[in-house]
Write a protein that binds this ligand. Sequence first.
Ligand SMILES: [Zn+2]
Ligand SMILES: [Zn+2]
Length: 254
Amino acid sequence: MKKLLNLLAVVAVLCLSACNGATFVSPSEQSVNFTIDGGEKGVMVSSDGSWSVGSSPDWVKTDVKDSILLIKTERNETGSPRQGDIVLKGKNVEATIHVAQASKCTHITVSSSKVEFDKDGGTETLTVDTDGLPQVEASDGFTASYDNGKLTVTAAANDGGAKRGEIKLTCEDQSTTIYASQKGNVCKKCGGTGKITCPTCRGKGLYDIDAGGGSAYCERCGGFDPPTSELWESGRKGTGRIKCPDCGGTGVGN
Ligand SMILES: [Zn+2]
Ligand SMILES: [Zn+2]
């Protein structure tokens, strides 16, 4: 009887971990990257019960604090990049977190030097060839991240005018820049140029003032008309273009 009680006790203890085993285990990151120096990163793990670290690469240390999985790596002295998977186990479910660590960065090459977005925005993915872990910086209006050989660039819907920016990837002394652009709302009156044909001179820069063939330089579009005809030579023809009144010269529409 005592033996049976012991057995029940063991079953009860096992039950605490196994019987409440999670039926879903969902890490906040599917992959975690470390530079050559290593360090510690935390990944939030959502679950409906208990889970544990089933396996992890031998160069990775893990620790669980509440629902956070701490992942630690030392400096990578192997001379080459390394990667592997951490497998989290619930009751009958598993989740994988890919871990990669750089050794040294000698090159970064991106599949395109530019990304273009429509006004509605969206996400573009470029392929990155590198042996390091590039840090990514994006200009305002764009967001970018690097993971596992892919650069993902996102632009939100653009309610303003056309945008331009840069995405810069840097690792150690290597760097490369991608130019990002996004279409915006264009002023219908000027087609986005910010200028329209001068209505006074109809774009000619001068206009007729009498039937005898006399003409005046158009001041509305930047010309200078001398006060007397003797000073005609000091005059200047107008450009024939004026600032668009609808957009105030910005080219941006509604
Ligand atoms: Zn004019
Ligand atoms: Zn305009």
